[in-house]
Design a protein. Structure first.
Length: 487
C-alpha cells in the first residue's frame, strides 16, 4: 500500500514538473504576447499613417488579426529590412511580418507560415520604355532591387545588373528618375502603388512567370507554426484576410490581383507635408539624436583620455593594449561595430536594448579616434613644462590636471569638435538597430508619400542647424581657453 502511495506521489510530481500543453504546443499563448518585426517604411504593407502617425498596413493588420485570434497582444518592433532577420535570430522579436517571400532557402533556415498573400512577379519600366516585353529582355539592363529579396536573384539570373536599394519605394523612385531601367517586384506591391499614387510615369511591362507567396517567418523550430497557421486559416475562412487586402491593396491578395481602382486620393502638397512633419522631426532630434550624441561623446572622451594616457605610458603592456584598441576601432566600420554590439552579442547571452547599444558602440568609436587627438595634444606641450612642474613639487597627476591638460585642451578643441560634429551625423546609423532617431523619422514620413527630397531635405536642415550650433560653441570654447596658452 505504501509503495502505491509513493508511486502515485512520484507520478504526480513528474506530471507537475513536465511541460504543459500550453508551453510546448502553444508557445505564443504561453508567452502572452506576440512580438512582430516589421519595417515601418514599406507602404502599403507596413508604414505610418500620415494623419495619425500610427503603424498601419496590410502585414501590420494581418499580424494584429492573428494576435486577436490567439488572444494575445501584438507588439511591433520596427527595423530596416536588411537587418530584420539578424534581429529575429537575436530574439529581438518572435516573427517577421513584412511580405517575407516563401522560398526553399528561407524554409531551410526559418519556420515559415502558410502564405497570407499570393502574387506574381512583374517587371516595371518607365511608361515610355517599350524595350522590355519579357524577362529575356532584361539582360544587360539595370534593375533596382533590395539586396536580400528574391526578386534581386530573379533579375540577376536573367542577366540584369542589380543596383541595391533599401526597399520598393526607393526602387520606384530611381526608376522614375531614369537612374535604372526596371524594377522586378511582386504584383501586389506594384498594383497597390499604382492604385495609391496614380503614377502614370511607370507601367507593368511584363510578367516574370514566377508566383510569389508571402508568410510570417519565425526562428527555426520555434514551435509557433501551428498557432500561426491555425489563426491564418480562421482569418481566411471568415473573410478577414480578403477584407484587409482590399483595404490596403485594392485587390484580393489570395491570388494574382488586378487593380480595381486606378484613382488615388488627393495627396498633400509638398509644403503641407513638410509642415506636418516639422515637429515630429524636431522631436526625434531633441529626444534621440542630440541625447545620443551628447551621452556618447561624453563617455567617449573619458575613454579617449584613459587610452591616450595609456598610449603615453612607459608600461609596454598598457601601451600595447591601447594601441590594439585604437587599431581595432579605426580599422573597422562604425556600422559593423553597431551590429556586433546589437546583433552579435546576444549570441553570447548579452542582450542590450537599442539606445544603450548605440551609446556603447558610438562611445567606443569616439574613444578610439579621440584618443589619438588627445595624445597628440598632450605631446604638443613642451617637455620643459613637465620639468618645471616637477621642480615645484607637482606629481604626475597634479601636473596633468593643473598645467598640461588645460593647455592641451586648447590644442585639442578643433579636432575634437570635428569628431563631435561627425558623431551628430553618424547617429543616423542607429536607425539600423531599431533607434527611431531623426533620419528614421524622415524615412517613416517619406515611405507612404514618396516625397523623399522634401523630407530628407528637411532632415538635412535639422542636422545642419545642430552642427551650426556646435560650431558656434566650438569658437566660444576656444576663446575661453586662450587664457591657458603660454605667452
Amino acid at each position: 500500500m505504501l509503495a502505491v502511495v509513493v508511486l502515485a506521489a512520484l507520478l504526480t510530481a513528474l506530471t507537475a514538473c513536465g511541460p504543459t500543453a500550453t508551453d510546448s504546443d502553444e508557445p505564443i499563448k504561453a508567452a502572452g504576447v506576440l512580438r512582430v518585426g516589421t519595417e515601418g517604411v514599406y507602404s502599403p504593407f507596413s508604414y505610418h499613417d500620415a494623419a495619425t502617425g500610427q503603424l498601419v498596413g496590410y502585414d501590420v493588420d494581418v499580424a494584429r488579426a492573428v494576435g486577436d485570434k490567439l488572444g494575445v497582444p501584438v507588439e511591433f518592433v520596427e527595423t530596416p529590412w536588411d537587418s530584420i532577420f539578424a534581429a529575429l535570430e537575436a530574439d529581438r522579436f518572435d516573427i517577421v511580418a513584412n511580405e517575407v517571400t516563401i522560398n526553399p532557402e528561407r524554409q531551410a533556415k526559418y519556420d515559415l507560415s502558410q502564405p497570407y498573400s499570393v502574387g506574381e512577379g512583374v517587371i516595371v519600366t518607365r511608361a515610355d520604355d517599350d524595350s522590355i516585353t519579357s524577362l529575356a529582355d532584361v539582360k544587360g539592363k539595370v534593375a533596382a532591387e533590395n539586396a536580400t529579396s528574391n526578386w534581386s536573384k530573379v533579375a540577376r539570373d536573367a542577366g540584369a545588373r542589380v543596383e541595391t536599394v533599401e526597399g520598393f519605394t526607393q526602387a520606384i523612385t530611381l526608376l522614375s528618375q531614369g537612374r535604372v531601367d526596371l524594377v522586378i517586384n511582386d504584383s501586389i506591391a506594384v498594383y497597390a502603388y499604382l492604385a495609391e499614387t496614380g503614377d502614370t510615369a511607370v507601367k507593368i511591362a511584363a510578367n516574370v512567370g514566377e508566383k510569389s507567396e508571402q508568410g510570417f517567418a519565425a526562428r527555426k523550430n520555434s514551435g509557433m507554426l501551428p498557432e500561426l497557421n491555425g489563426a491564418l486559416d480562421e482569418l481566411r475562412a471568415d473573410g478577414t484576410l480578403a477584407s484587409i487586402s482590399e483595404k490596403y491593396l485594392k485587390a484580393n491578395a489570395t491570388g494574382a490581383p488586378a487593380p480595381t481602382d486606378a484613382g488615388a486620393a488627393q495627396p498633400r502638397s509638398t509644403w503641407q507635408l513638410i509642415g506636418d512633419n516639422l515637429w515630429p522631426l524636431a522631436k526625434a532630434a531633441i529626444t534621440m539624436t542630440i541625447p545620443l550624441t551628447i551621452i556618447s561623446f561624453a563617455i567617449g572622451l573619458v575613454i579617449a583620455l584613459a587610452v591616450a594616457l595609456a598610449r603615453l605610458s612607459s608600461n609596454l603592456a598598457l601601451s600595447n593594449i591601447a594601441r590594439f584598441y585604437i587599431s581595432v576601432i579605426r580599422g573597422t566600420p562604425l556600422l559593423v561595430q553597431l551590429f556586433i554590439v546589437f546583433f552579435a552579442l546576444p549570441e553570447f547571452g548579452v542582450r542590450i536594448d537599442p539606445f544603450p547599444a548605440a551609446v556603447i558602440a558610438f562611445s567606443l568609436n569616439v574613444g578610439g579616434y579621440a584618443a589619438e587627438i588627445i595624445r597628440s595634444a598632450i605631446q604638443s606641450i613642451p617637455k620643459g613644462q613637465w620639468e618645471a612642474a616637477e621642480t615645484i613639487g607637482l606629481n604626475y597627476t597634479g601636473t596633468l590636471r593643473r598645467i598640461i591638460l588645460p593647455q592641451a585642451a586648447r590644442v585639442a578643441v578643433p579636432p575634437l569638435s570635428n569628431t563631435l560634429i561627425s558623431l551628430v551625423k553618424d547617429t543616423s546609423l542607429a536607425s539600423t538597430i531599431l533607434v527611431t532617431e531623426l533620419l528614421r523619422t524622415a524615412q517613416i514620413a517619406a515611405a507612404p508619400t514618396f516625397e523623399f527630397f522634401a523630407l530628407y531635405g528637411t532632415a538635412a536642415v535639422y542636422y545642419w542647424v545642430i552642427c551650426l550650433v556646435l560650431s558656434f560653441g566650438q569658437s566660444r570654447l576656444e576663446h575661453r581657453l586662450e587664457r591657458y596658452v603660454a605667452r
